[in-house]
Design a protein around this ligand. Structure first.
Ligand SMILES: [Cu+2]
Length: 253
């Protein structure tokens, strides 16, 4: 399954690429030295390094090498931080006038904006070519993590905007279903009843920890490109049934 937004898909590919490059260099070097410098059975090994017990062979220091393997990874970290900038901006944009504006008006005041059938202001979200999603406003929902299931609360939102149910799934058993609407953006306010969990909205490519005694938030911009059914899994090891702590996200037009 691919991730809906190019912004997270690209970041994933980029990190995988660099992981492979670093792994090839590190393990290649390790295996080469392990086999190249192996001593032969029964052969007297010359003490080429003049190693004496308790004395560090300082004459073997190589300053250039030391500086190189400190500086090069440092530049790589700077680069990876730089390419993560835009995705982090999308993840952690402010609920006070950030990428998704402010909380949607519930229709009680007279404004000039598009409303949906329930008279509630619509998010009208859209994705640009980089995968960044922006919205006119957002709807607040609540997610609570607990060993070992998810609880979704639509608060006062009408069923067309947010609804929940349960469904029986192979392997996972009975799982909660969260039903959201395309074009709308949601801000999930989250907490945990016990240990740390993290809902991972697979197709959105995002996840965030839920913590006992502390509120965290996660943006759920349901763009037109989102598949109608995708999984929500727990991405933070939380005990015996962690692997089947699942839920389903269903989106409709
Ligand atoms: Cu969990």
């Amino acid at each position: 399954m691919t991730v809906m937004t190019a912004i997270f898909e690209g970041l994933w590919d980029h990190y995988i690429l660099w992981s492979v490059i670093v792994a090839v260099i590190a393990f290649g070097w390790l295996y080469h030295h392990s086999f190249w410098f192996v001593s032969e059975e029964g052969k007297e090994v010359p003490n080429v390094d003049d190693i004496a017990v308790g004395v560090f062979p300082k004459h073997n220091d190589n300053m250039r090498l030391e500086v190189a393997w400190t500086i090069l990874p440092f530049f790589l970290i700077i680069w990876l931080t730089y390419v993560s900038w835009a995705p982090l901006d999308a993840m952690w944009t402010s609920p006070e006038g950030g990428n998704h504006g402010f909380a949607c008006d519930d229709g009680s005041t007279d404004h000039d904006y598009t409303v949906n059938q329930d008279g509630i202001e619509s998010s009208n979200n859209s994705m640009d070519s980089t995968g960044m999603i922006t919205s006119d406003c957002y709807h607040v929902i609540e997610i609570t993590g607990q060993q070992w299931f998810w609880n979704f609360d639509c608060l006062d939102l009408p069923a067309d905007l947010c609804d929940t149910s349960t469904e029986s799934m192979e392997v996972y058993g009975t799982v909660p279903v969260l039903k959201l609407k395309r074009g709308e953006t949601y801000l999930a306010v989250m907490e945990s009843q016990d240990v740390t969990h993290a809902p991972w909205f697979q197709h959105m490519g995002t996840k965030e920890d839920t913590l006992p005694g502390m509120e965290t938030t996660l943006w759920l911009p349901v763009n037109d490109d989102l598949t109608s059914e995708s999984m929500i899994l727990c991405a933070e090891y939380c005990g015996d049934a962690h692997s089947i702590m699942a839920a389903k996200l269903e989106v409709h037009n």
